[in-house]
Design a protein around this ligand. Sequence first.
Ligand code: SAM
Length: 279
Amino acid sequence: MLSYRHSFHAGNPADVLKHLVLAEVLKYQTVKDKPLDYIDTHSGAGFFELAAADAQKTQEYQDGIEKLWAHTSEHEALNEYIDLIKSFNNTSDLDFYPGSPKIAEHYLRRQDKGWFFELHPRDLVLLESNMQGKRSIRVRGEDGFTGLVGLLPPASRRACVLIDPPYEIKDDYERVVKTLIKAHQRFATGTYMIWYPVVDRERINNMEQGLIDSGMRNIQLFELGTEADTDVHGMTASGMIVINPPWKLKQTMDNVLPELVSLLSEPTGFYRCEQLVDE
Ligand code: SAM
């Protein structure tokens, strides 16, 4: 029984980091004319109204996207992300926040395909409605981990994958690593992005070690934290691991992460920007 709904968390600091990285990766992956397959293993509803009861209950977006709304950065990537979110709002107010499916759809071109997996019955209905109308987009109410492996290697021979589980089932941490190993065996040149929460640091250390030991090359890690690790406060940081990143991503994140700490998580915040495994 799935209880996680992303509508409570849309636009929070974790979404800012995740969607900034997603947008940067897709921007570079869609420069070449060649077709691309985008696979979102855990899609959520795709689009969120921030005045709705779920978002208002937690108001997590106030610690994330709202703090960037009137900000102009000296870094192009951060301005592009803020402008991207603004493009989903009809007025200058922050009313709506797009999920990963709508962000991906923004970058996908006629020659590309988008595959979106979602298991929660209510979010699946919302996702289908938010993503309808494009022939190149397929929404599946199936398990995203097995769905991903089944789609590889893609006919296009170019793929970009987001793995963003809720981690409410503790198995998800191990499943991420096992699925990535299988996916990479079938298609080693894809770009794989994995989101993770820091609730219990040991789980993340194990996940990192599992990826390091897997033999996969060229892995980067980007993390944004609001406070030092603790075992009492819930999620204190979140991160994105990227396998086969675009070559400029690390440099971009080296620039943007200190700014995000000062905007979103002063005075106790921190970041990590690391090449976990060399090319
Ligand atoms: N990627 C979305 C975004 O950035 O807007 C947020 C996704 S949310 C963190 C995780 C979603 O995965 C939830 O909507 C949940 O119902 C769904 N889910 C959980 N287990 C799943 C599975 N095995 N396969 C597909 N979807 C799953």
